[in-house]
Design a protein around this ligand. Sequence first.
Ligand SMILES: [Zn+2]
Ligand SMILES: [Zn+2]
Length: 253
Amino acid sequence: MSIFQNIKKFILDILFPITCLSCGQDDVWLCDKCVKNIELLSFQVCPKCEDTISESGRTCYNCKPSNLDGLLVASKYQENNLSKLVHLYKYRFVEDLHIPLGKILVKAILQSQLPLPDLILSVPLHTRRLRWRGFNQSELLSKYISQNLTPGLEIPVGKNLLTRKKYTPPQMKIKKYQERLDNLQNAFAIKTQGTKSPFGDLVPTTTSLYGKNILLIDDIATTGATLLECAKVLKLNGAKKVFATVLARQEMQ
Ligand SMILES: [Zn+2]
Ligand SMILES: [Zn+2]
């Protein structure tokens, strides 16, 4: 955390003493008891049409083919204080919240039919937004999941593998679905990894994604356009399956 972030946190702690958002217990944002009480969704829908009930959020028969093999939504945005928690996490820079939020995601994944991933990736932020926020909220969640999904066996996290090369206005500010898709065209890329040839130039290798089951993590999805665009890039670079998990879907206003 930068000094500025620390000062902000310090001031916020004085102005807003920490208590569990659900039950009021001191010194935690969400106590373990309240994490346990968060209701997970009992069924998933197709990530594209959102009309068809689908096991673990697989794309339905009508919407195939999609680059996203499944979208697991953990809970409802407007319930269980989730919207408050996500807001504090993202816009009040409460980094510690990645632990209760990570627990919710781990529980949802374990209860789902999603296959165990070979690699976990988070939806990247553009460096400009990363500097402003000080941390990538999805990356912290990824790290938590990688360490806690299969205790004792850490699942690799592909850090900086998927990058955001285009600065795009926040999706929240774009109302129309097609505009959201256009906004994201070519926004993501895979960082070329490679080996140096004897002549000193970089020979690209894409082995890091090839044939792998990828789990993509984001905090909130609205239309799912971001996840679909990321999945497209990952598939183009050799990923076998791409699944995604988010805390909740935020309805478009
Ligand atoms: Zn509580
Ligand atoms: Zn569908």
